[in-house]
Design a protein around this ligand. Structure first.
Ligand code: GRG
Length: 333
């Protein structure tokens, strides 16, 4: 079963046209006086990425009455924050690749990646301050803080076998759902959507952001190495115990999973493979996907009162799209 294409789920030509304009704005905003800094700042941009956050901003921009360049700036600002955080994340994780190419920290150095990440963050604030206004700048600053809070909590929970879903949800809320919510909120704000609409799309996007990360984490446990572009179970290897693993720790196979995860690090391939087998066989990936599915229903309820439109229909389809990505990539499929 193939996941549907996003272009089919959002058959709204002006959304895609604006996304092209966001691309130009990103190139413009990531330019520095210094050619070296420009090269580094644009390295991750030119490498690709799904542009999911600016796409959400263009989609929710459809709900306001005044569609102008501010929607483009909203999309550019959230992608700049996202990319800056990816640069920093790759330093923290000592990653060697990002978006299919060598990561900035690996190709140049940690120092360069931190500086360029800071530069991208600063440009996001500049873009927002120049056209979107004080509320947008405050929202982005708060989101930036939430990203750092989520990431810091995740660091503290590395290899921790005592925490459970509550802490997991706090981590993914901070590191993923917060910026996805802000992307949708900023898109609607940038076109002067009604406050009730801004709130509705924000709630929808929060739930969608949680689904985004839950499904991403599930993929690490069920997708083929080819699909992932890295070995399955790499989260376990890094000591990041995601929802299915945390649930398995409290189930009948908990003692065995715990024993495996207490073995000396780095874990052997056999240890990771057995944990994955236990988690899959215990039905914990399916349970996580059920939790994600319940969240897509909550997201839907948040926007039920919005007037019918192609944009509203697309909001309805995006949750199912995220879930279908996992089904399409499952090894067992
Ligand atoms: C200084 C703002 C700041 C942050 C430092 C490093 C950090 C704190 C936060 C990391 C946040 C982070 C990397 C969260 C993961 C979010 C995530 C789901 C990334 C992958 O997003 P995709 O799949 O990637 O949309 P592409 O490449 O397609 O854009």
């Amino acid at each position: 079963m193939d996941a549907p294409e996003l272009t089919d789920l959002i058959p709204i030509p002006q959304v895609w046209e604006r996304l092209d304009r966001v691309e130009q704005r990103l190139i413009e905003a990531s330019r520095a006086d210094d050619a070296f800094l420009t090269e580094i700042a644009q390295h991750g941009l030119l490498a690709g990425g799904k542009r999911f956050r600016p796409l959400l901003a263009q989609l929710t921009a459809e709900f306001g009455a005044n569609l102008d360049h501010r929607a483009i700036d909203a999309g550019a600002a959230v992608e700049l924050i996202h990319l800056g955080s990816l640069y920093h994340d790759d330093v923290i994780d000592e990653a060697t690749t990002r978006r299919g190419v060598e990561s900035v920290n690996s190709n140049w150095s940690n120092t360069v990646a931190i500086l360029a990440g800071d530069f991208l963050m600063a440009r996001a604030s500049e873009v927002a301050a120049s056209t979107l206004g004080q509320e947008a700048v405050r929202l982005l600053a708060r989101t930036y803080a939430e990203l750092v809070e989520g990431q810091t909590l995740e660091l503290q929970l590395d290899h921790d076998l005592e925490h459970g879903p509550v802490e997991y949800y706090r981590v993914i809320g901070g590191k993923t759902a917060s910026l996805i919510r802000t992307s949708a909120r900023l898109g609607a704000m940038a076109t002067d959507a009604q406050p009730k609409v801004v709130e509705a799309v924000s709630t929808w996007a929060w739930e969608l952001g949680m689904v985004f990360q839950i499904t991403d984490d599930a993929l690490d446990l069920v997708a083929t190495d080819g699909y992932l572009g890295k070995p399955a179970g790499s989260d376990i290897g890094e000591g990041k115990f995601t929802l299915p693993v945390l649930e398995a720790l409290t189930g009948p196979e908990g003692a065995r999973v715990s024993k495996l995860l207490k073995t000396p690090r780095p874990y052997s391939g056999d240890v990771v493979a057995e944990v994955i087998d236990l988690v899959r066989a215990g039905g914990y990936v399916d349970r996580a996907l059920e939790a994600a599915s319940a969240r897509t229903a909550t997201a839907q309820r948040a926007v039920v009162d919005l007037p019918e439109s192609p944009a509203k229909a697309a909001l309805g389809d995006l949750g199912s799209y995220l879930l279908s990505r996992v089904q399409a990539a499952r090894v067992e499929a």
